[in-house]
Design a protein around this ligand. Structure first.
Ligand code: CUO
Length: 674
């Protein structure tokens, strides 16, 4: 109930089982004081269950309440971060679930709804006693962050004029943010995909960079995962660009020059009652001085931090707050650097290396109003739920990734001994399907229920129908020989990459390795002799199924919160399965499939993962566990191989490649309930 219809009071709301909260009199906010009891009574009459809320000693909310209720909230704004950290701390500090429920019912109408949702979600993901409960997906609670606001007018219309069950779905248009005159529009289907944006939001929810409780932030290899997950986004984005006849994304590395790409989000914040501000083509970031957000920073500060990063990478050491230096070692260097770069509270020296990545988001998102003279809020780059809509997101992250790649280039290249798995020979990988080694893609229409996000409107489902990319499911068949004479365990690693650049020139190894998209990774027993391994695309370690991205209610096994649904509920982080394969082209887009089997005894991490959310571990890790692969993330493509000219030269006997193509059919199919 605390998530549903975010600005409606929780004591007015009814859950699906007709539960309402009975809150103590002193919890009513001023505006409801007079009517409060009557409201509760009114809704209480047909309530199946009244839940009395404990009257606890109330915490000090003065810091989080500094963010006005009807305002935007950004994790990237340092002041907002501090307020959120305080609120997360309050939620984490509650003795038990009942106290948490009390404090939430007190906070719900006093705290900015976006911040409340974020902090409660983080707390629920990290408190031991809320395991098995899950925050609903953000697109249901705040659909305004994901779609054209016209949808809400139509949703209001249909929910007021028709009873639930007789309502026509509301259609979300495709291609509504720009015309064909804007080349970047060709990949709007990727940038504005609801599932991709949900994944990004969820990732940052699982890996917050600030909280008073250090354990919430300090997770195994979290910096390295920040680097790798975003590196993969850029690799995937580049593949989509090539499929659409666009060149590789160019880094945003000149902070003094104009940003060629404009972006007009055409979204309204329902909470703040404001349109998300656009960025015109040719905008340049400027020094920030926004007292209201307590941000004062010059562009030169970004340049200073950048120079310090370059210095750290080139010298192989970072400077610590006490003036000493620390070597960046092969195993942990990338993790240390990424935590400095983001930066998170586990940065080894925030005072010196600053906050480059986050402030990049902030500078760009305020480029239209750097001194707040127009009283404008941040653009889409300021919110992880919306940032990936904007072309500049990819230019910024391509730049950030470049800094990490500069570091990776300082590491020793893998020798053939480190790559090989003696006695294991992979002879082929193939894709099943109507045409062998051809992936098929097309459009698909699916629905999402907006009801949870429609405040003060008649109850019942209102479906929004949207169009997204989809691929036909397929199966990998891998042929492999085990000549070790005994059973072995391997880690199978599957990647996909383009073969040529936009002009049709073959890619060399260095270009291609940075474009490798991880498709799957799994553990496999290998009998002595020949082995045929079959693996379904739907089981990918990168993705989560559609039903989980969108928390399709009809697919929900049991009541939310029951032990039975725990696995299902927790696993909201994961690349959306419908975006596993790039779009391809109607003629067929050439790509190469890569498969490698490494020695599981060297990769394994001893831990119990039973009952945990572990099926999208490649980009999301495993909840409360270590990252389940000892190899550097992105292995074996995480670093250059200077003497290797092409992918073919790179192959050791435990690797194989297969040329493939992706054929796109420009047709829309309706989603079938699985
Ligand atoms: Cu995910 Cu910049 O880290 O958006």
């Amino acid at each position: 109930l605390f998530f549903d219809r975010p600005t409606e009071p929780c004591f007015m709301q009814k859950g699906d089982d007709k539960t309402v909260f009975q809150i103590p009199d002193n919890f009513y906010p001023e505006k409801y004081k007079k009517v409060g009891n009557q409201l509760a009574d009114r809704f209480g009459t047909d309530a199946g269950r009244m839940v009395p809320v404990r009257n606890i000693a109330l915490p000090d909310l003065s810091l989080p309440q500094q963010l006005p209720y009807h305002n935007q909230f950004s994790l990237f704004v340092p002041k907002h971060r501090r307020m959120a950290a305080k609120l997360i701390d309050i939620f984490m500090g509650m003795r038990d679930v009942e106290d948490l429920q009390s404090v939430c019912s007190y906070c719900q109408l006093r705290i900015n709804p976006y911040m409340f949702n974020y902090c409660l979600s983080v707390a629920m993901l990290h408190r031991p006693d809320t395991k098995g409960l899950s925050p609903p997906t953000l697109v249901e609670t705040f659909p305004d962050k994901f779609m054209d606001p016209k949808v809400f007018r139509r949703a209001r219309e249909t929910s007021t004029t028709a009873p639930a069950g007789a309502r026509m779905p509301v259609l979300i248009p495709v291609n509504y943010t720009a015309s064909d005159a804007e080349p970047e529009q060709r990949i709007a289907y990727f940038r504005e995909d609801i599932g991709i944006n949900l994944h990004h939001w969820h990732w940052h929810l699982v890996y917050p960079f600030e909280a008073a409780d250090r354990a919430v932030v300090d997770k195994d290899r979290r910096g390295e995962l920040l680097y790798y997950m975003h590196q993969q986004i850029i690799a995937r984005y580049n593949a989509e660009r090539l499929c659409n006849n666009l060149g590789f994304v160019t880094r945003y590395n000149d902070f003094r020059g104009p940003i060629a790409e404009g972006y007009f989000p055409k979204m309204d914040s329902q909470v703040a009652s404001r349109a998300w501000p656009p960025r015109f083509s040719g905008t340049t970031i400027r020094d920030l001085d926004r007292p209201v957000d307590q941000i004062r920073s010059d562009v030169s500060e970004m340049e200073t931090w950048r120079d310090r990063f370059i210095q750290a990478i080139d010298s192989g050491t970072i400077v610590l707050p006490n003036g000493r230096t620390q070597r960046l070692d092969e195993e942990t260097g990338i993790d240390v650097l990424a935590n400095l770069m983001e930066s998170s509270i586990i940065s080894r020296n925030r005072a010196y290396y600053g906050d480059l990545h986050n402030m990049g988001h902030v500078f760009i998102s305020y480029a239209h109003d750097p001194d707040h003279r127009h009283l404008e809020q941040f653009g889409v780059m300021g919110d992880p739920a919306t940032a990936m809509r904007d072309p500049i997101f990819y230019r910024w992250h391509a730049y950030v990734d470049d800094i990490f790649q500069r570091y990776k280039a300082t590491l020793p290249a893998y020798t053939r001994e480190r790559l090989d798995f003696p006695g294991i020979r992979v002879s082929s990988i193939a894709i099943s399907g109507r045409t062998p080694n051809q992936f098929s893609t097309q459009w698909e229409q699916s629905s999402v229920n907006l009801a949870r996000g429609l405040d003060f409107m008649p109850r019942g489902a209102v479906l929004a129908r949207f169009t997204h990319l989809q691929h036909d499911e397929f199966e990998y068949t891998i042929e492999c020989d085990n000549t070790t004479g005994q059973a072995a365990m391997g880690t199978v690693r599957i990647f996909l990459a383009p073969t040529t650049d936009q002009a049709g020139n073959a890619l060399n190894f260095e270009e291609q390795r940075r474009l490798m998209i991880e498709l799957d990774k799994f553990t496999q027993g290998l009998r002595p002799g020949s082995n045929t391994i079959r693996r379904r695309s739907i089981d990918s370690s990168v993705t989560i199924p559609y039903e989980r991205t969108f928390r399709d209610e009809s697919q929900r096994p049991g009541d939310a919160g029951s032990a039975q649904s725990a696995d299902f509920d927790f696993c909201g982080c994961g690349w959306p399965h419908h975006m596993l394969i790039p779009k391809g082209t109607q003629q067929g887009w050439n790509c190469v499939l890569f498969c490698m089997i490494t020695n599981w005894n060297e990769d394994r991490v001893e831990q119990d993962t039973v009952g945990t959310c572990n099926d999208a571990a490649s980009y999301c890790g495993i909840r409360d566990r270590r990252y389940p692969d000892r190899k550097p993330m992105g292995f074996p493509f995480d670093r250059p191989a200077p003497s290797t000219g092409s992918l073919g030269d790179f192959l050791t006997p435990n690797m194989t490649v297969q040329n493939c193509s992706i054929r796109f059919t420009d047709a829309v199919r309706q989603r079938q309930q699985r």
